[in-house]
Design a binder for this molecule. Sequence first.
Ligand SMILES: *[C@@H]1O[C@H](CO)[C@@H](O)[C@H](O)[C@H]1NC(C)=O
Ligand SMILES: *[C@@H]1O[C@H](CO)[C@@H](O)[C@H](O)[C@H]1NC(C)=O
Ligand SMILES: *[C@@H]1O[C@H](CO)[C@@H](O)[C@H](O)[C@H]1NC(C)=O
Length: 245
Amino acid sequence: MWRPGGSRTSNFLASASTIVAAALLIGLSQANPLAVLSELPDPPCSATSNRTGTFVDLHSLIRKGHDDNYLVSGYDYNSNFTLNICAPVLSSDNLDFHALSDAHNISAFYQKGGITYSLGRASSTPKFRGRKLILEYTGGSLCPKLDSNGAPVDGKDNEDGYRKGALLSFTCDRELIGPARVSFVGQQNECSYWFDVRTSSACATVKQQPLGPVAIFGIMLVPPPVILTLINLGSPYRYLTHLIL
Ligand SMILES: *[C@@H]1O[C@H](CO)[C@@H](O)[C@H](O)[C@H]1NC(C)=O
Ligand SMILES: *[C@@H]1O[C@H](CO)[C@@H](O)[C@H](O)[C@H]1NC(C)=O
Ligand SMILES: *[C@@H]1O[C@H](CO)[C@@H](O)[C@H](O)[C@H]1NC(C)=O
Protein backbone atom coordinates (compact mmCIF):
# COMPACT_ATOMS: atom_id res chain seq x y z
CA MET A 1 0.00 0.00 0.00
CA TRP A 2 1.36 3.45 -0.90
CA ARG A 3 1.87 5.95 1.89
CA PRO A 4 2.99 9.58 1.38
CA GLY A 5 6.70 9.95 2.19
CA GLY A 6 7.01 6.17 2.29
CA SER A 7 9.84 3.89 1.31
CA ARG A 8 12.41 4.28 -1.44
CA THR A 9 10.24 2.03 -3.60
CA SER A 10 7.31 4.43 -3.24
CA ASN A 11 9.52 7.35 -4.22
CA PHE A 12 10.69 5.44 -7.25
CA LEU A 13 7.10 4.61 -8.13
CA ALA A 14 6.13 8.25 -7.65
CA SER A 15 8.68 9.39 -10.20
CA ALA A 16 7.77 6.46 -12.44
CA SER A 17 4.13 7.52 -12.42
CA THR A 18 5.08 11.08 -13.32
CA ILE A 19 7.16 9.77 -16.21
CA VAL A 20 4.26 7.56 -17.29
CA ALA A 21 1.84 10.49 -17.26
CA ALA A 22 4.32 12.71 -19.10
CA ALA A 23 4.96 10.01 -21.69
CA LEU A 24 1.21 9.64 -22.22
CA LEU A 25 0.81 13.38 -22.65
CA ILE A 26 3.69 13.70 -25.07
CA GLY A 27 2.82 10.50 -26.93
CA LEU A 28 -0.86 11.24 -27.36
CA SER A 29 -0.42 14.87 -28.32
CA GLN A 30 1.70 13.73 -31.26
CA ALA A 31 0.14 10.43 -32.34
CA ASN A 32 -3.49 9.85 -33.23
CA PRO A 33 -5.34 7.25 -31.13
CA LEU A 34 -5.62 4.87 -34.12
CA ALA A 35 -1.83 4.71 -34.41
CA VAL A 36 -1.50 4.10 -30.67
CA LEU A 37 -3.93 1.17 -30.88
CA SER A 38 -2.37 -0.40 -33.95
CA GLU A 39 1.03 -0.42 -32.27
CA LEU A 40 -0.23 -2.70 -29.50
CA PRO A 41 0.48 -6.39 -30.20
CA ASP A 42 -2.37 -8.32 -31.80
CA PRO A 43 -3.80 -11.33 -29.93
CA PRO A 44 -3.15 -14.73 -31.61
CA CYS A 45 -5.07 -15.31 -34.84
CA SER A 46 -5.87 -11.64 -35.34
CA ALA A 47 -4.22 -8.86 -37.30
CA THR A 48 -4.23 -5.10 -37.64
CA SER A 49 -3.58 -3.45 -40.97
CA ASN A 50 -0.92 -0.85 -40.34
CA ARG A 51 -2.12 0.92 -43.49
CA THR A 52 -5.79 1.40 -42.65
CA GLY A 53 -5.92 0.42 -38.96
CA THR A 54 -8.49 -2.29 -39.84
CA PHE A 55 -8.55 -5.02 -37.20
CA VAL A 56 -9.67 -8.57 -37.98
CA ASP A 57 -10.03 -11.37 -35.44
CA LEU A 58 -10.16 -14.96 -36.75
CA HIS A 59 -9.85 -16.83 -33.45
CA SER A 60 -13.47 -18.02 -33.53
CA LEU A 61 -12.54 -20.09 -36.62
CA ILE A 62 -10.07 -22.29 -34.70
CA ARG A 63 -11.40 -25.84 -34.47
CA LYS A 64 -10.62 -27.43 -31.11
CA GLY A 65 -11.59 -30.12 -28.62
CA HIS A 66 -14.24 -32.41 -30.11
CA ASP A 67 -14.77 -30.25 -33.22
CA ASP A 68 -14.08 -31.65 -36.68
CA ASN A 69 -11.31 -30.30 -38.88
CA TYR A 70 -12.21 -28.32 -41.99
CA LEU A 71 -12.67 -30.75 -44.89
CA VAL A 72 -12.12 -29.19 -48.28
CA SER A 73 -12.93 -30.75 -51.62
CA GLY A 74 -10.05 -30.86 -54.10
CA TYR A 75 -12.37 -31.46 -57.10
CA ASP A 76 -10.11 -32.28 -60.08
CA TYR A 77 -7.05 -32.53 -57.82
CA ASN A 78 -8.53 -35.90 -56.82
CA SER A 79 -7.88 -35.62 -53.13
CA ASN A 80 -9.56 -33.75 -50.37
CA PHE A 81 -7.80 -31.51 -47.90
CA THR A 82 -8.02 -31.51 -44.13
CA LEU A 83 -7.03 -28.33 -42.34
CA ASN A 84 -7.43 -26.12 -39.33
CA ILE A 85 -7.15 -22.34 -39.07
CA CYS A 86 -4.42 -20.85 -36.84
CA ALA A 87 -3.92 -24.22 -35.12
CA PRO A 88 -2.78 -27.81 -35.82
CA VAL A 89 -5.31 -30.25 -37.29
CA LEU A 90 -7.17 -32.24 -34.65
CA SER A 91 -6.47 -35.95 -34.05
CA SER A 92 -3.61 -36.36 -36.53
CA ASP A 93 -1.53 -38.39 -34.03
CA ASN A 94 -1.64 -41.69 -35.90
CA LEU A 95 -0.82 -40.18 -39.30
CA ASP A 96 2.55 -40.76 -40.89
CA PHE A 97 3.53 -37.80 -43.05
CA HIS A 98 5.64 -38.18 -46.17
CA ALA A 99 9.25 -36.94 -45.85
CA LEU A 100 8.69 -35.26 -42.52
CA SER A 101 10.42 -36.49 -39.40
CA ASP A 102 8.62 -34.17 -37.01
CA ALA A 103 4.86 -34.54 -37.37
CA HIS A 104 3.92 -31.96 -34.72
CA ASN A 105 1.60 -29.02 -35.33
CA ILE A 106 0.62 -29.94 -38.90
CA SER A 107 -2.18 -27.59 -39.85
CA ALA A 108 -3.12 -28.92 -43.29
CA PHE A 109 -2.70 -32.21 -45.16
CA TYR A 110 -4.05 -34.38 -47.94
CA GLN A 111 -3.78 -38.04 -48.87
CA LYS A 112 -3.05 -39.40 -52.31
CA GLY A 113 -2.18 -42.94 -53.34
CA GLY A 114 -2.13 -44.04 -49.70
CA ILE A 115 0.47 -41.38 -48.79
CA THR A 116 -0.22 -38.48 -46.41
CA TYR A 117 1.35 -35.15 -47.38
CA SER A 118 1.69 -32.25 -44.96
CA LEU A 119 1.04 -28.73 -46.22
CA GLY A 120 2.85 -27.08 -43.37
CA ARG A 121 2.88 -26.18 -39.73
CA ALA A 122 0.40 -24.12 -37.79
CA SER A 123 0.73 -20.37 -37.79
CA SER A 124 -1.43 -18.15 -35.65
CA THR A 125 -0.24 -14.89 -37.16
CA PRO A 126 -2.39 -13.85 -40.09
CA LYS A 127 -1.22 -10.68 -41.81
CA PHE A 128 -2.45 -8.08 -44.23
CA ARG A 129 -1.05 -7.83 -47.72
CA GLY A 130 -2.62 -4.64 -48.91
CA ARG A 131 -6.33 -5.12 -48.21
CA LYS A 132 -6.11 -8.90 -48.26
CA LEU A 133 -5.78 -10.91 -45.05
CA ILE A 134 -3.65 -14.03 -45.45
CA LEU A 135 -2.37 -16.89 -43.31
CA GLU A 136 0.64 -18.95 -44.38
CA TYR A 137 1.59 -22.50 -43.44
CA THR A 138 5.12 -23.61 -44.36
CA GLY A 139 7.47 -26.56 -43.79
CA GLY A 140 5.29 -29.42 -45.05
CA SER A 141 6.36 -32.59 -46.85
CA LEU A 142 9.04 -32.31 -49.53
CA CYS A 143 7.82 -31.01 -52.89
CA PRO A 144 8.27 -33.36 -55.87
CA LYS A 145 11.25 -33.20 -58.15
CA LEU A 146 10.58 -31.34 -61.41
CA ASP A 147 11.50 -32.80 -64.79
CA SER A 148 13.31 -30.81 -67.48
CA ASN A 149 9.96 -29.31 -68.56
CA GLY A 150 9.24 -28.14 -65.02
CA ALA A 151 6.55 -30.77 -64.44
CA PRO A 152 6.42 -32.69 -61.14
CA VAL A 153 7.85 -36.21 -61.31
CA ASP A 154 5.53 -38.72 -59.68
CA GLY A 155 6.98 -40.38 -56.58
CA LYS A 156 10.29 -38.42 -56.51
CA ASP A 157 11.14 -35.70 -53.98
CA ASN A 158 13.19 -32.66 -54.94
CA GLU A 159 16.77 -32.71 -53.68
CA ASP A 160 16.97 -29.04 -52.73
CA GLY A 161 14.69 -29.36 -49.72
CA TYR A 162 11.74 -27.30 -50.96
CA ARG A 163 8.73 -28.08 -48.79
CA LYS A 164 5.02 -27.86 -49.38
CA GLY A 165 3.11 -24.92 -48.02
CA ALA A 166 -0.39 -23.49 -48.01
CA LEU A 167 -1.66 -19.96 -48.36
CA LEU A 168 -5.11 -19.16 -46.97
CA SER A 169 -6.67 -15.91 -48.01
CA PHE A 170 -9.70 -14.59 -46.14
CA THR A 171 -12.69 -12.78 -47.58
CA CYS A 172 -15.24 -10.94 -45.46
CA ASP A 173 -18.73 -12.31 -46.09
CA ARG A 174 -21.42 -10.98 -43.75
CA GLU A 175 -24.20 -12.97 -45.41
CA LEU A 176 -22.61 -16.38 -44.98
CA ILE A 177 -24.62 -18.94 -43.02
CA GLY A 178 -22.25 -20.77 -40.66
CA PRO A 179 -18.81 -19.68 -39.53
CA ALA A 180 -16.64 -20.22 -42.63
CA ARG A 181 -16.56 -21.73 -46.10
CA VAL A 182 -13.13 -22.96 -47.17
CA SER A 183 -12.45 -23.71 -50.84
CA PHE A 184 -9.43 -25.02 -52.66
CA VAL A 185 -8.34 -22.47 -55.26
CA GLY A 186 -5.39 -24.27 -56.82
CA GLN A 187 -1.88 -25.59 -56.52
CA GLN A 188 1.37 -25.25 -58.39
CA ASN A 189 3.96 -27.99 -58.92
CA GLU A 190 2.33 -29.99 -56.12
CA CYS A 191 4.26 -27.66 -53.86
CA SER A 192 2.20 -24.52 -53.18
CA TYR A 193 -1.52 -24.72 -52.37
CA TRP A 194 -4.04 -21.89 -52.22
CA PHE A 195 -7.29 -21.75 -50.29
CA ASP A 196 -10.00 -19.14 -50.03
CA VAL A 197 -11.88 -18.72 -46.76
CA ARG A 198 -15.17 -16.82 -46.83
CA THR A 199 -16.27 -15.84 -43.36
CA SER A 200 -17.89 -13.04 -41.42
CA SER A 201 -14.91 -13.34 -39.01
CA ALA A 202 -12.76 -11.72 -41.71
CA CYS A 203 -14.82 -8.54 -41.53
CA ALA A 204 -13.31 -5.57 -39.73
CA THR A 205 -14.08 -5.43 -36.05
CA VAL A 206 -13.11 -3.42 -32.98
CA LYS A 207 -9.92 -4.39 -31.21
CA GLN A 208 -10.69 -5.37 -27.63
CA GLN A 209 -8.17 -3.40 -25.61
CA PRO A 210 -8.00 -3.06 -21.85
CA LEU A 211 -7.60 0.70 -22.38
CA GLY A 212 -9.51 2.54 -25.08
CA PRO A 213 -8.44 6.04 -26.19
CA VAL A 214 -11.18 7.55 -24.00
CA ALA A 215 -9.80 5.81 -20.91
CA ILE A 216 -6.26 6.95 -21.74
CA PHE A 217 -7.41 10.57 -22.06
CA GLY A 218 -9.32 10.15 -18.80
CA ILE A 219 -6.19 9.00 -17.01
CA MET A 220 -4.25 12.01 -18.33
CA LEU A 221 -6.57 14.22 -16.28
CA VAL A 222 -5.84 12.25 -13.10
CA PRO A 223 -2.98 13.64 -10.97
CA PRO A 224 0.11 11.36 -10.85
CA PRO A 225 -0.23 10.52 -7.11
CA VAL A 226 -3.69 9.08 -7.83
CA ILE A 227 -2.30 7.02 -10.70
CA LEU A 228 0.42 5.81 -8.36
CA THR A 229 -2.15 4.76 -5.78
CA LEU A 230 -4.07 2.86 -8.45
CA ILE A 231 -0.86 1.13 -9.56
CA ASN A 232 0.00 0.20 -5.96
CA LEU A 233 -3.49 -1.09 -5.28
CA GLY A 234 -2.88 -3.64 -8.00
CA SER A 235 -5.87 -2.30 -9.90
CA PRO A 236 -6.32 -3.06 -13.61
CA TYR A 237 -4.45 0.18 -14.34
CA ARG A 238 -1.13 -1.28 -13.20
CA TYR A 239 -0.43 -2.60 -16.70
CA LEU A 240 -0.15 1.04 -17.69
CA THR A 241 3.50 0.70 -16.77
CA HIS A 242 3.82 -2.38 -19.01
CA LEU A 243 2.26 -0.36 -21.78
CA ILE A 244 4.84 2.38 -21.52
CA LEU A 245 8.00 0.76 -20.12
C1 LIG B 1 3.52 -2.09 -42.23
O1 LIG B 1 4.24 -3.15 -41.67
C2 LIG B 1 5.21 -3.70 -42.51
C3 LIG B 1 5.83 -4.90 -41.84
O2 LIG B 1 5.12 -5.31 -40.75
C4 LIG B 1 6.25 -2.65 -42.83
O3 LIG B 1 7.20 -3.19 -43.71
C5 LIG B 1 5.58 -1.46 -43.47
O4 LIG B 1 6.52 -0.45 -43.69
C6 LIG B 1 4.48 -0.95 -42.58
N1 LIG B 1 3.73 0.11 -43.27
C7 LIG B 1 3.39 1.25 -42.67
C8 LIG B 1 2.60 2.21 -43.50
O5 LIG B 1 3.68 1.48 -41.51
C1 LIG C 1 -13.65 -36.07 -51.41
O1 LIG C 1 -14.82 -35.82 -50.66
C2 LIG C 1 -15.99 -36.06 -51.41
C3 LIG C 1 -17.15 -35.59 -50.57
O2 LIG C 1 -17.04 -36.00 -49.24
C4 LIG C 1 -16.09 -37.52 -51.76
O3 LIG C 1 -17.25 -37.79 -52.51
C5 LIG C 1 -14.87 -37.89 -52.58
O4 LIG C 1 -14.85 -39.27 -52.85
C6 LIG C 1 -13.58 -37.51 -51.86
N1 LIG C 1 -12.47 -37.69 -52.76
C7 LIG C 1 -11.39 -38.39 -52.43
C8 LIG C 1 -10.35 -38.51 -53.47
O5 LIG C 1 -11.27 -38.92 -51.34
C1 LIG D 1 3.74 -26.94 -31.46
O1 LIG D 1 3.04 -25.76 -31.11
C2 LIG D 1 3.12 -25.45 -29.73
C3 LIG D 1 2.23 -24.27 -29.46
O2 LIG D 1 2.40 -23.27 -30.40
C4 LIG D 1 4.58 -25.16 -29.38
O3 LIG D 1 4.68 -24.86 -28.01
C5 LIG D 1 5.41 -26.38 -29.71
O4 LIG D 1 6.76 -26.09 -29.49
C6 LIG D 1 5.22 -26.80 -31.16
N1 LIG D 1 5.92 -28.06 -31.39
C7 LIG D 1 6.78 -28.22 -32.39
C8 LIG D 1 7.47 -29.53 -32.44
O5 LIG D 1 6.96 -27.36 -33.24
